[in-house]
Design a protein around this ligand. Structure first.
Ligand code: THU
Length: 129
């Protein structure tokens, strides 16, 4: 089977998670329009509330590096019931990626694929402004 570099990048990013409070390590990776992969991990704050999820770190890193269109997203966490993006991340993913394919993965190689529209069926976005 061909290695899926996006899933590998999400799993690798997870190893960098800064999660001393929850101990729940998450990695994410997005592939942009030119095939570049941008990854991120969750970064927790002692305030708890200022914690930023892996998905938003990956997207904001990509945007800040000039990427504007995305092909796929992967999210990695060590759960048997694969971890989906939280509500805040679904909103940001929708705004920057639209109805993108989202692959969920765990370190034991379990993989599931979704469309964002199915996870986030009635989004608010710029079209309402
Ligand atoms: N977390 C993510 O990074 N992504 C998600 O979609 C779900 C939650 C992080 C935030 C926090 O550091 C930890 O997981 C526990 O909620």
């Amino acid at each position: 089977m061909t290695p899926d570099f996006l899933l590998t990048a999400a799993l690798a990013a997870r190893e960098h998670a800064f999660a001393p409070f929850s101990k729940f390590k998450v990695g994410a990776a997005v592939e942009d329009e030119s095939g570049h992969i941008h990854s991120g991990c969750n970064v927790e704050s002692a305030t708890y509330g200022l914690t930023v999820c892996a998905e938003r770190i990956a997207i904001f890193k990509a945007i800040s590096e000039g990427a504007r269109q995305f092909r796929r997203v992967a999210v990695a966490a060590d759960t048997d019931l694969l971890t989906p993006p939280c509500g805040a991340c679904r909103q940001i993913l929708w705004e920057f990626c639209g109805d993108i394919e989202i692959a969920l993965v765990n370190p034991r190689g379990k993989i599931e694929t979704y469309r964002l529209k199915d996870l986030f069926p009635k989004p608010f976005d710029v079209s309402f402004l």
